[in-house]
Design a protein around this ligand. Structure first.
Ligand SMILES: NC(=O)c1ccc[n+]([C@@H]2O[C@H](COP(=O)([O-])OP(=O)(O)OC[C@H]3O[C@@H](n4cnc5c(N)ncnc54)[C@H](O)[C@@H]3O)[C@@H](O)[C@H]2O)c1
Length: 388
């Protein structure tokens, strides 16, 4: 997807407004302040006092703050936005910014529903602005190292993530119907797509709540995805699993034609037999600083960064397909989930320009529109070799 470029970098820092000054917003405020290639010019939060307090806590009590974006963007000469609001606000805040001529770097998930995610990808096309989603766990040098190991293992038969933790969050997560699948598993699903260089085809998922759970909804889940080229991606996890907890990245195992790679989510990944990495190690900034750097680079060069909205929407498609499978107790095809989300997006869209983009996508092959490709016969999916 082409997008407007901005002449920015360390010598001409990108002027950014952060929208959302909650827990994660504060991490972004530090990241934007610390990066030499960005300049924080304002904070927006529906709760204007929260924005003022965040500015004060950053040691910048005079930083412009507001409860709404457009006027502050104009007053500060902002060039782009970081959207760290709650998921339900991702769609309205990002759409408003894109059509005000401001590219957006948004927190995961891209939107609260796949239909609104498709609307945002189309809004990026219609406005000609970059919309990138920060999946912070992708920007981990050890995940890149694991991907390099996988590339030495030949065809991958099975990729597995175990995720077992026991956090007491309080608040909305303990009230959601699917806290693990909707709020957390997207990180692992997104990493699986990255590791395999392959997209999901279908999923069978069971979600359940152990009797001792302190969550209202299903805090445990087991999902088996069929990925392109036939690889199976197995995710099993729980958010009420005390003892021997895995890391926040989960624990990974890839079983391939020529061997096995393992990663505990923290230390260096290993392979048996040892396979020499053929690719240069990633040594850029990590986590949200990595996403921020990629966003600035893409604006400067016109390139398409990892996490660009069209690509990232497939990670949310995995979540929605898994939830639907858990609800219906059936194997669910990802294309059917994409098709229904597309129909919903077209029906709900209020902006004519965005509706025109959505309507131009072939409803039978939304994945091709997201991949920027011409439709391919469905049978070709299972023959496609891993793209790396
Ligand atoms: N990458 C990660 O590891 C990670 C970790 C935590 C949270 N997150 C994501 O970050 C986002 C924010 O999470 P959080 O924990 O900071 O939430 P939070 O509830 O602490 O903060 C959200 C803030 O957004 C503000 N807000 C809501 N709607 C708004 C609107 N329309 N305009 C302006 N401000 C608005 C709220 O007033 C609040 O201050 C979520 O999408 C979450 O999934 C990502």
């Amino acid at each position: 997807m082409t997008h407007a470029r901005i002449d920015c970098g360390p010598r001409s820092p990108l002027r950014l407004i952060v929208v959302g000054s909650g827990r994660m917003g504060r991490a972004w405020l530090r990241a934007v302040t610390d990066a030499p290639e960005t300049e924080l010019v304002g904070i927006v939060d529906l709760d204007a006092e929260a924005a003022r307090q965040a500015a004060a806590d950053l040691g910048r009590p005079d930083l412009p703050t507001a409860a709404a974006l457009p006027a502050l963007a104009e007053r500060t000469g902002a060039q782009a936005v970081v959207n760290v609001t709650t998921p339900v606000a991702h769609h309205p805040v990002t759409t408003e910014a894109l059509f005000a001529g401001l590219p957006v770097l948004g927190e995961k998930p891209i939107a609260d529903t796949l239909a609104r995610a498709l609307s945002l990808a189309a809004a990026a096309e219609a406005s000609g602005q970059l919309f990138m989603v920060s999946q912070s766990r992708r920007w981990n040098p050890r995940l890149f190292a694991l991907r390099d190991l996988l590339s030495g293992l030949g065809a991958i038969g099975t990729l597995t993530t175990e995720f077992y933790k026991a956090p007491h969050f309080g608040g909305f997560r303990e009230e959601m119907a699917h806290p693990l699948l909707v709020d957390m598993a997207i990180h692992a699903f997104d990493s699986a797509r990255f590791l395999l260089g392959a997209e999901p085809v279908s999923v069978y998922c069971e979600a359940f709540n152990p009797p001792w759970s302190w969550y209202d909804g299903d805090a445990s889940a087991c999902a088996t995805f069929e990925m392109e080229a036939g690889t199976r991606y197995l995710y099993h996890g729980s958010w009420c699993a005390p003892g021997a907890e895995t890391s926040w990245n989960g624990s990974w195992r890839a079983s391939g034609e020529k061997g096995t790679a393992q990663w505990d989510g923290e230390s260096e990944p290993v392979a048996d037999p040892d396979v020499t990495s053929r690719e240069a190690a990633y040594d850029g900034p990590a986590e949200i600083a990595g996403a921020l750097h990629a966003f600035v680079e893409a604006l400067r060069t016109g390139g398409t960064p990892m996490g660009e909205a069209h690509e990232n929407a497939m990670s949310l498609a995995m979540v929605e397909a898994a939830v639907e499978s858990a609800r219906t107790e059936r194997r669910v095809s990802v294309d059917s989930v994409l098709e229904r989300a597309h129909a919903r997006a077209v029906a709900d869209e209020r902006r004519p320009g965005v509706r025109a983009v959505l309507s131009a996508w072939d409803s039978d092959s939304v994945r091709e529109a997201l991949a920027g490709r011409d439709p391919a016969p469905a049978s070709a999916l299972s023959r496609t070799p891993p793209t790396r």
